[in-house]
Write a protein that binds this ligand. Structure first.
Ligand code: ADP
Ligand code: ZN
Ligand code: ZN
Length: 742
């Protein structure tokens, strides 16, 4: 009998994390085949070139397209169970096709970092302390001369089921004392697997508010359609009680034994949000975000994969978390740009989640006060159910928006007299002011008075931002930093001055204007350290009167009940952006920040400082609100054949050399244009707005079509062409499907 027939499969097709859009064949050695059942989704170690790599089995096969003698055997099998479940395998394969991204890289993206590195997909073990027979009956008083050992022994005696290492540190016991007791034969250690979601917080019995009519209607519709795939857009102004609605839907899913995935923007997960879930839902909740250690992320992944965790709250990459009983996906702040990955595998977590829900036949809920134009367009075309909440829940008021004309007015540190007067009144009422300026640092430009020199980044075509507090010049595009200079490097003059203002500068100036008032700055710089945001939030809640100054971080989900006045310092920023999405983003930001005002029982007021009070966009937004604004915006997009009415792919290329990226894309266009369908339109290649970034010269070409299928074909052709063409040259290219940036 030929040897091959003894084993079920002789070959495997493996995806490797390499920039090649292909699978690799390997032989299965008999010794492995006889002892293990190989399945797609398991990790294998395989020889690759001169080294070895970890890959994921995609398929088992009886034959190979290659000469069997040249196919190498796999080195070892890493898993007994697939780490990529069949469900996720299908999702990853779809994503690789849709985004034209190498499948191996997609799988690796879907796995936690430690699994990419070959760690076992198993719960780690943790040592627990238990008493021995002797220790159980030992009188702690005998240890009076060793008080730490005495405390330790008492604690373990009080926990007949054992005391975890974690509890030892919580109780402030001395580990060395435990070791001494072990040496004396009074205690023993036992390794137990760590498979519980953190310490569950005591269930506080909070009586949920009874829903208002709008909320009740929305919930009813969601309840009725909860058993099958459908997408609902919960479009509710800030404070209208969206969270309250989906908490109830999640509650129902828990009762049905289902898991829920709740996606949140990158910095939108505040301690307040988590607490709200914990108080209301007495179940195992895990978090999955970038501020966790690799081990914590793997633990969370395992808890979700085992079905233990009923609620998974996570950022973008949680879209790929395995959850065997998944019954609902909620995407909070669905308009947020952090759902799109802007480098490498450029997927959109919202779109992926919708696809995943469709595969699983479960519902998706998108929530936002400022829905993306994409989702609004789907709602208008009735592809999504459109659930509107237009009133504030409870007794809260809807804030009034007012434009402040800055033309010809004298400003004091960037504030109009009207804004300052309103701020004073607000503080006198012992309420809080929120000042919004979407520019961090002290000033965006440093300039020489004598020769006009401007501090610019060495690696990008942008100016460096002045950060006075850290005494640095900082590039906000490539992160390069330099010490702040006080003499001009060109002419040695000491007359350097800054142009423009950032949050750090406004903070300083507010201190001089409002001497007695606590002023708190919230931006990426002030919240860098772990739990800094938590401390700031705590401070804000402690004070009655205060001024908060911050960037777009303020727009994300925070609840500051005592803020009644919002001042938008520069409502015109983004008004004249070259990006067709500029207006949408500006309107979302302004509306979100404005939504922070008057969230509790006090009415709120919003001041928009502008030099263009009659600009149609500013006028529409302040008078008619976001929905009107967005519907107008969509009509304009339609007339200009822009997304979401046309579909778009951008191909980006970058090279160290000034011309190569541009030449590559030009050559591609020239070669392929004759083969493209008529309904496919090309724009470019053209240089990126900031041509040089981190030392790379960037060029791009845009491909558009009203028909996805044709766009997909064209992209596939170009991807193949580029893979061939870049084999020799060191030019990187990236495919960006449904791009959010140009
Ligand atoms: P959103 O998610 O739309 O911003 P939330 O669900 O966070 O709104 O609700 C805003 C505030 O109103 C919260 O403090 C919430 O507890 C409260 N709230 C929500 N629904 C009701 C209701 N029906 N009655 C009273 N208070 C409510
Ligand atoms: Zn100079
Ligand atoms: Zn730079």
């Amino acid at each position: 009998m030929p040897e091959e027939l003894l084993t079920p499969y002789s070959f495997i097709k493996v995806a490797l994390p390499v920039p090649m859009r292909t699978l690799f064949d390997y032989k299965v050695p008999k010794a492995i085949a006889l002892r293990h059942e190989l399945k797609p989704g398991m990790r294998v170690k395989v020889p690759f070139g001169k080294s070895s790599r970890l890959g994921v089995i995609v398929a088992l096969s009886n034959d190979s397209d290659w000469d069997a003698n040249q196919v190498k055997p796999l080195t070892s099998l890493k898993d007994e169970q697939p780490v990529i479940t069949p469900e996720l395998m299908a999702l990853c394969e779809w994503a690789a096709r849709y985004y034209h991204h190498p499948i191996g890289d997609v799988f690796f993206h879907a796995l936690p970092v430690l699994l990419r590195k070959g760690e076992n997909a198993e719960f780690r073990t943790e040592n627990w302390w238990l008493t021995t027979e002797q220790g159980q009956h030992c009188d702690p008083e005998l240890l009076n001369r060793a008080p730490r050992q005495k405390d330790f022994l008492i604690a373990v005696q009080q926990h007949p089921n054992g005391l975890s290492q974690h509890a030892v540190s919580v109780l402030d016991l001395t580990p060395a004392a435990g070791k001494s007791l072990e040496d004396k034969g009074l205690l023993r250690k036992e390794a137990r697997s760590f498979n519980k979601a953190g310490e569950r917080h005591a269930h506080q019995t909070q009586v949920p508010p009874s829903l208002n009519q709008e909320q009740a209607l929305a919930l009813e519709e969601l309840m009725d359609s909860r058993h099958h795939f459908n997408v609902a857009l919960l479009d509710g102004i800030t404070g209208s009680g969206k969270t309250e609605v989906f908490l109830r839907l999640i509650e129902q899913k828990i009762q049905e034994g289902k898991q829920t995935l709740v996606m949140v923007p990158e910095i939108g997960l505040t301690p307040q949000t988590l607490k709200r879930f914990e108080i209301r839902l007495n179940t195992d909740i895990i978090l999955m975000h970038s501020n966790m250690s690799d081990r914590e992320r793997l633990d969370a992944w395992l808890l979700a994969a085992s079905g233990h965790a009923k609620i998974i709250i996570g950022t973008r990459s949680a879209a790929f978390i395995p959850a065997p009983d998944l019954g609902l996906i909620v995407i909070d702040e669905e308009h947020d740009n952090s759902y799109k990955q802007h480098e490498g595998f450029r997927y959109h977590a919202r779109d992926l989640a919708v696809k995943r829900a469709q595969n699983l036949d479960i519902p998706v809920l998108l929530a936002s006060a400022t829905p993306s134009y994409e989702s609004l367009s789907n709602a208008l075309q009735k592809r999504f159910a459109w659930l509107k909440l237009r009133n504030r829940a409870g007794d809260a008021f809807i804030p009034k928006m007012e434009r402040v004309d800055l033309r010809g007015k004298s400003l004091i540190h960037g504030f109009s007299e009207q804004a300052l007067a309103s701020m004073k009144l607000c503080l006198e009422r012992k309420e809080q002011v929120l000042v919004f300026l979407n520019r961090r640092g002290y000033a965006p430009t440093l300039m020489c008075h004598q020769c006009g020199w401007i501090a610019a980044c060495d690696h990008c075509d942008v100016n460096l931002t002045v950060h006075k507090r850290s005494n640095k010049l900082h590039c906000h595009h490539c992160d390069a930093q330099k010490f702040l200079v006080h003499t001009c490097p060109e002419c040695e003059s000491e007359e350097l001055f800054t142009v423009g203002e950032g949050t750090e500068q406004i903070e300083t100036q507010l201190h001089t204007l409002f001497k007695e008032t606590p002023i708190l700055r919230i931006d990426r710089d002030s919240t860098q350290r772990k739990s800094a945001m938590e401390k700031l939030t705590q401070k804000i809640l402690e004070h009655d009167q205060a001024i908060l100054i911050g960037t777009q971080m303020l727009a994300k989900g925070h609840h500051f009940p005592n803020v009644t006045l919002v001042v938008i310092m520069d409502a015109d920023a983004g008004l004249f952006s070259s990006d067709f999405r500029g207006m949408e983003r500006t309107a979302q930001l302004i509306t979100q920040v404005a939504g922070r005002a008057g969230r509790a029982k006090k009415p709120g007021h919003v001041l928009l400082q502008t030099y263009h009070p009659e600009h149609a966009a500013i006028e529409c937004l302040s008078n008619l609100g976001y929905e009107h604004f967005a519907i107008n915006g969509l009509a304009e997009r339609k007339s200009l054949s822009l997304p979401p009415f046309f579909h778009q792919v951008i191909i980006r290329a970058e090279s160290a050399n000034e011309q190569e990226a541009m030449q590559l894309l030009t050559a591609m266009r020239n070669d392929l244009e004759p083969y493209l369908a008529q309904e496919v339109y090309l724009v470019g290649p053209y240089a990126a707005i900031i041509v040089r970034k981190a030392g790379q010269h960037r060029a791009l070409i845009s491909i558009k079509s009203a028909q996805r299928g044709l766009l997909h074909q064209a992209t596939q052709m170009m991807t193949q062409w580029l893979e061939q063409a870049t084999k020799q040259h060191k030019i990187r290219f990236a495919i960006d499907v449904d791009p959010l940036e140009t």
